[in-house]
Design a binder for this molecule. Structure first.
Ligand code: RP5
Length: 300
């Protein structure tokens, strides 16, 4: 099976890492933006008979998704045997039900859109709240890379006596796994969300707390409001300044400043979205997941 990794615009570093791990070529999907906002993509590498893996995170999805879909269709049109996507961050998973009458269930609409152009999809810690598996959302072959072992490994090397803390009940799934793998105690706080930028977090138990370094762990940091409120709750309860670990660094313009102002000692993220806080690397397991799906496709 001949693989080609095709970098989505701005994702050359990810593509180079994947190609290095997979020992195959990579090329960039060339993109031209016309004055009216339309885009033209071009593939400069030979794709006929090859399994083409588009590589790039889908943050800012309204901007990044169409070029990816055009790239996938073009690869198929030029004779690719299979077309897959390695998207370390997969967007539109939070709108997973109709919260108010008439709303779109965007997770499902987006999944149908992507699945119409792709044979397989690989991602890292998709935000699955009400679903248990990505297969319930995406009808194509999928493989999920778990960030928990990578976070636990980083913790073992960098933090003595961590107390792993999730900001809400929803985070219990990955917080418990990180704690188990790091051999550390864990707890979750109680969060209520009152708007896109308004959350309240309280400590559900009075303590006493072990003399440990609190480590807040969450899947997504977007505005930073959740972890800032969690950090403030920890400080009010008398715990030390917490370290924050996020898997996906969506970070709006003020998120990092908001976290530091809330008394966080350091912010660390996985490199699923390029950001100065990236310290935990997902490239190797992501490549393994790509290989598993591409090999399955070749032998089918
Ligand atoms: O509070 P911000 O950073 O905006 O949003 C991130 C939070 O929103 C949830 O969906 C995520 O799981 C995370 O807890």
């Amino acid at each position: 099976m001949k693989l080609l990794v095709l970098a989505l615009p701005g994702n050359g570093a990810l593509a180079a890492t994947l190609a290095g791990q997979l020992q195959c070529d990579w090329s960039e999907l060339a993109l031209h933006r016309f004055p009216d906002g339309e885009t033209l993509v071009r593939i400069d590498a030979p794709v006929r008979g090859r399994c083409v893996v588009l590589a790039g995170s889908l943050h800012h999805p309204n901007e990044n998704t169409l070029p990816m879909l055009f790239g996938a269709d073009t690869a198929r049109d030029l004779g690719a045997s299979q077309v897959g996507l390695a998207a370390p961050y997969l967007a539109y998973l939070r709108q997973d039900r109709r919260f108010h009458a008439g709303e779109a269930i965007t997770s499902l609409s987006y999944a149908r859109l992507l699945s119409s152009s792709l044979d397989f999809l690989v991602t890292v810690d998709p935000h699955l709240h009400r679903w248990h598996s990505l297969d319930e959302v995406y009808p194509i072959r999928t493989q999920v890379v778990a960030a928990a072992p990578l976070i636990a490994q980083w913790l073992r090397a960098n933090v003595a006596d961590p107390l792993i803390v999730g900001p809400d009940a929803e985070s219990g799934q990955w917080v418990a796994e990180v704690a188990r793998l790091a051999g550390a105690p864990w707890t979750v706080l109680a969060k209520t969300r009152h708007g896109d930028r308004e959350v309240r977090v309280r400590m559900p138990m009075p303590g006493p707390w072990p003399p440990a370094t609190p480590v807040l762990v969450d899947d997504i940091i977007s505005t930073g409001e959740t972890l800032a409120a969690a950090a403030a709750a920890l400080r009010e309860a008398g715990l030390a300044a917490p370290l924050c670990i996020g898997v996906h660094a969506l970070f709006d313009d003020s998120a990092l400043a908001r976290l530091l102002a809330a008394g966080v000692s350091r912010v660390v993220t996985c490199d699923t979205i390029a950001h100065p806080t990236n310290a935990i690397h997902v490239g190797a397991p992501l490549a393994q997941a790509v290989l598993a799906l591409a090999s399955a496709a070749a032998s089918a």
